[in-house]
Design a protein around this ligand. Structure first.
Ligand code: SF4
Ligand code: SF4
Length: 423
């Protein structure tokens, strides 16, 4: 099977996967969602509130180190096999303009389209229209990672109330049209930062498209099939270049030419070590091992923090007044903010562990799913707790906030209680 066929199957899988992911939910949470409206991040079926975004740095670390490791091992496999830019260009240039409309020669990407005949002009307009429809579909799919499909389709019943969504889709689609129709591969060469870092991440073990210079001098027929097919208009025989997106079109082309002569392709997918020196390449270089350790570390940290996820989010702040003292009773006031992150309504109450203290005022709170409200809490004591004649005493108190319907939904918080000096 040619690399091109394998790539097309992979593109189909990636496209399907990207479409399906926003619809998959686990316990009413999405696999991947960043909701600015609800200030939530969903990952693998777990929901994180904005105050719990502390797992984000670990996930970002994993993502970035993962990209470094992937590039160090497989070169720019992402560019040729997973990047939306490459997939979209293949759809527009090869599928729409090449196969469907017969405007292009699929084996010679250097040849310009003949735009003069009226028939071709109409075909170009049809191709543009088809791509516009695909760009709008892709942009809609993209927004589902920020506005989940169930909300999106409800909102679209009254689009005039949700103009931001329409503007977002229109802007993204307009960019995709400009990028794919006019910018083309210049995006990879001049705009994409990823192509710039490849050289620092490559070593002799990195797999990428390699022209076998050892055999080339003797065996290359100079047919230029590899040059003609290249979407980024380079000649791989001149070595690794920034423009190369590792699509392996040149390897397929040379394989066809060399195959007819009963020989192996001069252009291969392999490392410098394996292709030029015929040695086995290894992924266990010192650098890669460090990447793996860092990736495992960031996942462990993310999992530890995720496991410590609180079932209800509580924020307690002391009011400006330090304390009140009256008839031997000292009280402190607090503002308690409770956010019910559960999927159903719960009634929340508060208790204090220390028997010397009691709650003077707190009205229990009934909160719907995702509801959030503030309450005043007053705690008092009639004990003489001061140790000092010179300073106020700061005591630490443990407070439990719990759902009356389910004792498992509770969280402990430590608060400061200020007691006046003995005088
Ligand atoms: S040199 Fe080969 S692998 Fe690189 S972009 Fe051109 S055709 Fe694709
Ligand atoms: S396709 Fe192969 S034989 Fe033809 S020019 Fe390229 S490297 Fe040489």
């Amino acid at each position: 099977m040619s690399y091109a066929t394998k790539r097309y199957w992979f593109y189909a899988f990636v496209t399907l996967f990207t479409f399906i992911v926003p619809f998959i939910t686990v316990n009413d949470n999405h696999l991947l969602l960043l909701s600015f409206e609800k200030l939530q991040f969903h990952f693998m079926g777990l929901a994180y509130d904005v105050n719990e975004f502390y797992i984000m740095p670990f996930l970002l670390m994993f993502l970035f180190i993962g990209i470094f490791a992937l590039t160090s091992i497989l070169g720019r496999a992402w560019c040729g096999w997973g990047c939306p830019q490459t997939i979209f260009r293949t759809i527009y240039r090869d599928l729409i303009q090449g196969t469907l409309l017969d405007l292009r020669n699929s084996t010679n990407k250097q040849k310009r389209m003949n735009t003069s005949p009226l028939e071709n002009k109409i075909k170009i307009a049809v191709g543009f229209l088809l791509w516009t429809l695909i760009a709008i579909t892709a942009s809609t799919n993209f927004i589902w990672y920020f506005v989940p499909p169930e909300d999106f389709f409800t909102y679209m019943q009254h689009p005039e109330d949700h103009l931001f969504i329409i503007i977002f889709i229109a802007t993204t689609a307009a960019f995709l049209i400009y990028d794919i129709v006019w910018m083309q591969e210049s995006f990879c060469t001049y705009l994409c930062p990823y192509s710039r870092i490849q050289t620092v991440l490559y070593d002799d073990n990195t797999k990428h498209v390699v022209y076998n210079t050892n055999r080339g001098a003797q065996e290359c027929t100079a047919c230029e099939a590899c040059v003609k097919i290249c979407p980024t208009h380079i000649d791989i025989r001149q070595g690794l270049q920034l423009e190369c997106i590792n699509c392996l079109g040149c390897a397929d082309a040379c394989n066809t030419v060399m195959g007819k002569l009963g020989k192996k392709s001069l252009i291969e997918w392999g490392s410098q070590k394996s292709v030029l020196h015929e040695l086995k390449s290894s992924i266990y270089s010192k650098r890669n091992i460090m990447y793996f350790v860092a990736m495992i570390g960031s996942i462990i940290f993310a999992a530890v923090f995720a496991a410590g996820q609180e079932p209800v989010l509580v924020n307690i702040n002391k009011t400006n007044e330090q304390y009140k003292a009256h008839d031997g009773i000292v009280s402190n006031n607090y503002i308690v903010n409770i956010h019910n992150t559960q999927k159903q309504t719960y009634t929340y109450d508060v208790k204090v562990e220390d028997k010397n203290f009691h709650i003077d005022s707190f009205k229990e709170l009934s909160l719907k799913a995702d509801g959030m409200r503030k309450r005043v809490l007053v705690i008092s004591t009639h004990q003489n707790l001061s140790q000092s004649n010179r300073r106020d005493t700061v005591l630490k108190l443990k407070l439990t906030i719990f759902a009356k319907e389910n004792p498992k939904i509770s969280v402990d918080k430590e608060i400061s209680f200020i007691y006046p000096r003995a005088q």
